[in-house]
Write a protein that binds this ligand. Structure first.
Ligand code: GLC
Length: 487
């Protein structure tokens, strides 16, 4: 399977035109001018990896004089203990959805072990808006409490002025190893503000066993999903499974609801949140119908509680066997199918439904790693980002937890494919993924998105009619935009 088709190369080409920094052989990383990075090159050379062009000057046939100089350098910098004389502690924020925290900690500790630096994990809220608010508070105060930050794919524009430009630390080869569309997304005004860590896209999870038992196909349209969910839910309840629901998703008033609602609307022909003229780009009639259908789910095939669900709440219900269908990100696969899960071996994955004639789509999500502009140790922090987003860590995360790599090469890796047999299907969904309008709306993205998710939440909870909510949304978006989207 190859991913590149969905990810146009125009960004990568533009980026590749920048002067290319020197690479450290074997790692595709920049040998940055500062001591920490030079030393990591030196260690590679010592291990016999530093050969060829761009190998930081340590050729296997180095003269004895150069070798002596190298040893002196290492001793000066590390002392005899093998730790860098200037060992520092890097504060790293990671998410804790699913297996995120454990994997983040393990990879960061491995980096600390290897480099001699320390790492401290900073816990942040799982609600992406709350996490953003926390970062904004810290960064506005120019705090150095967090050096490396896990940031959402929709935040580079919002946080741009507070993030370190990573171009000087990331070689051209390394940049080209990531999906160009994500590198482009993370590049604001020519500054590379974060390295891609994993890519998300909305998917439909279903109970294969229940669909088979009731002779139902995987639903292709939202109407089919509604009918199938209802029939299976009601039949199973009559047979004694009183707790079963038809469909769970994320409908708390937060960024996740923006993702869900954009999927319902786009896949039913309702267009994009922001149109080419910079105002609301939704096709009113289709969008209203999509929201009205979603409203009908509440209490019928989805519990009222879904109005407070984020990703892990929906996963909890599905994974304990209490839902026929679920919308979620790819990370759920590894957990739902694991031994100990009530639904292990019974789960299927498919693209989200779509109206006839409309390509199925899912919102493009994902997380990046950025360095705070206020970090006291930018070079070391950038080195940690390079390690965590590198091929080994991404491979481990894909196999152990289904976090989708941002490196196309890993989608050809047999071990990764064995653990994620759904990757070929995922490639098709990614090819038609819907991006949120964060690049266009720049620093205003979160205000636009919160206006949208609040409007949708009002509809779902019966506080307003879809038509009225969308009319108010249009006015609100124009008000936020003002004279134009500031980037
Ligand atoms: C996931 C996605 C992110 C999205 C968020 C919404 O973390 O990776 O892009 O904004 O969910 O809850």
């Amino acid at each position: 399977m190859s991913l590149p088709s969905p990810f146009p190369l125009r960004g990568a080409r533009r980026l590749a035109e920048r002067p290319s920094p020197r690479l450290c052989a074997g790692e595709g990383r920049l040998a940055a001018p500062r001591p920490i990075n030079s030393l990591s090159c030196a260690r590679n050379a010592q291990a016999g990896e530093g050969r060829g062009e761009g190998s930081c000057g340590f050729e296997p046939a180095a003269s004895a004089r150069r070798l002596r100089a190298f040893v002196v350098l290492v001793v000066l910098a590390f002392g005899w203990s093998g730790r860098p004389a200037t060992a520092v502690e890097i504060a790293l924020s990671c998410g804790a959805v699913g297996q995120e925290m454990r994997l983040c900690r393990e990879a960061a500790e491995a980096w600390a072990e290897r480099t001699g630096h320390g790492v401290r994990i900073v816990a942040t809220p799982n609600d992406s808006d709350q996490r953003l608010a926390l970062y904004q508070q810290l960064l506005a105060a120019r705090s150095n409490a967090v050096d490396v930050m896990q940031i959402d794919v929709v935040w580079p524009g919002i946080l741009a002025r507070h993030l370190l430009d990573l171009f000087p630390y990331v070689g051209a080869e390394e940049r080209a190893a990531h999906l160009p569309v994500v590198i482009e997304n993370n590049t604001v005004d020519g500054r590379l503000l974060a390295l891609p860590w994993f890519v998300d896209v909305g998917l439909l999870y279903y109970r294969r066993d229940l669909l088979e038992k009731h002779g139902e196909p995987v639903p292709a349209t939202w109407q089919e999903l509604t009918g199938t969910a209802r029939r299976i839910q009601d039949a199973e309840r009559r047979a004694g499974d009183a707790r079963l629901w038809g469909y769970v998703f994320q409908a708390r008033a937060y960024e996740g609801l923006t993702c869900n609602a954009l999927e319902w609307i786009a896949s039913q022909g309702g267009g994009r949140l922001i149109g080419d003229d910079g105002g609301v780009g939704l096709r009113r009639q289709e969008a209203v119908a999509a929201l009205a259908l979603a409203r009908s789910w509440i209490g019928m095939i989805a519990p009222e509680g879904v109005l407070t669900y984020m990703e892990d709440e929906a996963r909890g219900v599905f994974q304990s066997g209490q839902a026929v269908f679920m919308r979620n990100w790819p990370y759920v696969w590894a957990l739902a199918d694991a031994p100990g899960s009530a639904v292990a071996g019974k789960v299927g994955l498919a693209p989200l439904p779509a109206s006839p004639g409309v390509e199925p789509t899912g919102v493009l999500g994902g997380q990046q790693l950025a360095v705070s502009a206020y970090s006291a140790h930018p070079e070391v922090a950038a080195d940690l980002v390079l390690a965590l987003t590198g091929p080994e860590v991404q491979k481990t995360r894909a196999i152990a937890a289904g976090f989708n790599p941002t490196r196309p090469a890993l989608y050809q890796d047999p071990d990764v494919l064995r653990a994620n047999p759904h990757y070929p299907m995922l490639a098709d969904v990614l090819a038609n993924a819907s991006a949120r309008p964060s690049r266009l709306t720049g620093i205003a993205y979160n205000r636009v998105s919160s206006a949208f998710w609040n409007a949708v939440h009002d509809v779902l909870s019966g506080r307003s009619e879809a038509d009225d909510a969308l009319e108010e949304l249009e006015a609100r978006v124009l008000q936020i935009r003002g004279e134009g989207w500031e980037r």
